[in-house]
Design a protein around this ligand. Structure first.
Ligand code: ZLM
Ligand code: CA
Ligand code: ZN
Length: 391
């Protein structure tokens, strides 16, 4: 097992709602909410539930969700059903411009289908992130976890990239009621566009996204290094674009110096981290080459600042990898070592392809397009922008 560099314990609060696991985006949609149930089962099988306080909470209310999202869009999400979405239906008309579609209307696959039980699903994952934020604000927890949250693409008035309600924006707004400055860090392979846009003019929120930025990769034209925020938010949006094949070493050479400088210049009172697991090696959508240890190293690095820390999920499309990753990161949050052998439990058969080990290896043969020169140049450009903020 991997050792946790910071042996000190933290009080950890953990949110899990089994209703979320049953949500179905469609037969072969890449987003599988059951991966959170798999992570939960793994967490339980490693005996980690006893080291955390379980957050029991209510679903987020319409009023809470309307704190960020527009009234017309909230009304639509509430009324959306797969049945009511039939061609020419009233709901389909209202959904125009909201980026919610159905296979039946377009005859092809869509990112954001009118999922059965959609509003309940959104209320629950957003409720979890809000409760986690409140546990940090009250001082009840040092680290709070909601693996079903982290839906970073959702916009005020439209869905995007499998995300309908932006629980991250809601959680940050909640934290801003109690902390002067909130840092947002996003290690999902996709750019955290919804969160960046929401706070692009804010000097109380700094957003940092590490992401794949290659031709045709979603969301296009977002997360360029020169996108640094606007107006009073200038220099408080940080973007770290990467090519395909990024490995643990290169990632660490960007992440640690950049986050060290970010924390030094911005001095956050709370940190929100989106831990999208699609930056792992072998993901169905991402083309990065991180091991679970490399991904989790980022979590343990952010934890080492001893600032209230909110850990959220996000992407992750090779579901056995996702569950293994978030289970290990739960152990890192607690400050406990766990064994490489996956304990017997209800989903253990799904880990066959990784030899029933938690720490499956990264791809030794994958080409890394992030050359040493690229990594060095990217790091110095980002640090250069940050030094302007210092001045
Ligand atoms: N088409 N099925 C990351 C969000 C990524 C936009 C190209 C729709 C897919 C993808 C859906 C089963 C996070 C785009 C894609 C296909 C326009 C994206 C359903 C495969 C499937 O097989 C699929 C029928 C589906 C969707 C692939 N979509 C791959 N990449 C991105 C969105 C979300 O990880 O950051 C956080 C949770 N969408 O590239 C298109 C341009 C729609
Ligand atoms: Ca990202
Ligand atoms: Zn993603």
């Amino acid at each position: 097992s991997q050792s946790c560099p910071d042996g000190a314990k933290r009080r950890v609060c953990y949110y899990y709602d089994r209703c979320i696991a049953g949500v179905d985006y469609g037969e072969d949609h890449v987003m599988v909410p059951r991966r959170v149930d798999m992570a939960h089962a793994l967490i339980r099988s490693y005996g980690l539930l006893g080291d955390m306080t379980r957050l029991r909470t209510r679903p987020a209310t319409d009023a809470e969700i309307s704190g960020f999202h527009g009234a017309r869009y909230v009304g639509l999400l509430r009324d959306l059903t797969p049945e009511g979405f039939g061609a020419g239906g009233e709901v389909a008309r209202r959904a125009r411009g909201c980026n919610v579609g159905a296979v039946s209307t377009y005859g092809r696959s869509v990112d954001n289908p009118p999922v059965a039980g959609l509003w309940d699903y959104c209320q629950r994952y957003a409720g979890g992130s809000l409760a986690a934020a409140r546990a940090l604000a009250s001082g009840e927890a040092d680290v709070a976890i909601n693996w079903s949250g982290g839906m970073h693409h959702a916009c005020r008035d439209k869905a995007s990239g499998f995300c309908y309600v932006n629980d991250i924006v809601l959680a940050i707004e909640e934290l801003l009621g109690h902390f002067r400055r909130v840092l947002y860090v996003d290690i999902d392979v996709h750019h955290g566009d919804g969160v960046e846009t929401a706070f692009v003019r804010s000097n109380r929120v700094m957003t940092v996204s590490f992401h794949q930025c290659t031709e045709g990769f979603f969301p296009e034209q977002r997360g360029l290094i020169e996108h640094v925020g606007e107006g009073t938010g200038r220099l408080r949006a940080v973007n770290v674009p990467m090519k395909k094949g990024m490995d643990d070493d290169g990632y660490r050479r960007l992440f640690e110096p950049i986050m060290t400088r970010v924390v030094a210049v911005f001095q956050p009172e709370a940190i929100v981290m989106q831990c999208g697991a699609d930056s792992l090696s072998g993901d169905r959508l991402g083309h990065q080459n991180l091991s679970i240890a490399g991904h989790a190293r980022c979590v343990s690095f952010m934890r080492s600042f001893s600032t209230p820390l909110l850990l959220l999920g996000g992407g992750g499309y090779t579901i056995n990898h996702v569950a293994a990753c978030w289970c290990y990161e739960t152990a890192v949050a607690i400050g406990k070592n766990i064994a490489d052998d996956i304990p017997p439990h209800c989903y253990d058969g799904l880990y066959r392809s990784q030899g029933y080990k938690l720490f499956y290896p990264a791809d030794k043969n994958m080409k890394n397009d992030n050359t040493d020169t690229y990594v060095t140049r990217t790091r110095s450009e980002v640090l250069q922008n940050l030094s302007e903020l210092e001045a």
